[in-house]
Write a protein that binds this ligand. Sequence first.
Ligand SMILES: [Mn+2]
Length: 322
Amino acid sequence: MANDKKNNAIPELLSDQSWRNSDLDKRFFEPTYSGAMSLLRRPYSVAFDDADIVVAGIPFDNATTFRPGCRLGPRAVRAASVQLAELPSFPFGFDPFSILKVIDSGDFLLNPHNPETIISDIYKQAISIISSGASLLSIGGDHFVTYPLLKAHAEIYGPISLLQFDAHCDTWKSFGELDHGTMILRAIEEGLIDVENSIQVGIRTHNDFDVGIKQITSPQIHEIGLPAVVELILNHLKGRKVYLSFDIDVLDPAFAPGTGTPVSGGIASWQALSIIRSLEPLNMIGFDIVEVSPPFDHAEITSIAAATILHDWICVKALQKS
Ligand SMILES: [Mn+2]
């Protein structure tokens, strides 16, 4: 009987590293098309104290003004990240996880049927992570989630320099409590953002109301080119505590069809990646990527772009630590 048991035992389990990998600085091969999903196959864990970066999904889209669906963003981005977990990172050529301890803590628990709880629930769950000293890397969700995230970061770090990639400024005047087009104005009014030392990149929608944040519009990016854009960003934000908020709709709908409020004339995936890869001189305290809406996506175009942006941001953080 004892022998039978031994014969039936699975010899060595080297797949499903999202829950079987106990060594944060290691990864092992598993087929891209199988296994439990986590961002970049990082181990699921809530041991925030041991981590440099904690990943969290924020599956919330009640604040959208047009097409919903980005509550399904976190799982789509995790699924799209599997290929990036397979090989050494490009163009960096190293394994970022041998340098940085990155865990996936799963999704924030939110109750969309009690909208009045959303802000405080996101805020509290964010605080529990960043008060450990780890950086929070969050996957939305619509862009409203950035408001409680800014609130949490400002609580720990003081007023933050915002680096926002977006087709929209999100500083329009509000019609209500939960609105993904107005929360940056709200954050400014509450003193969460260091307005003079913030910048919005890729804007291509109009707002009569100028809040004073420096903008580089999409047409300007197309005109002046990437080296000049990077220089402007670095000059404006160097030495500040920078929170990076990446709305996937900064990409042209050709590169990110799966989003709620697409605007034509945006930047390409390669341009966004090139900018992200150039941010090593900045002190980046947190990152969110928002507005990936899988029901409007095709062939995972949008979620692959989002996963690659997250991956490259992690690599830049690894470069800073190495
Ligand atoms: Mn936005």
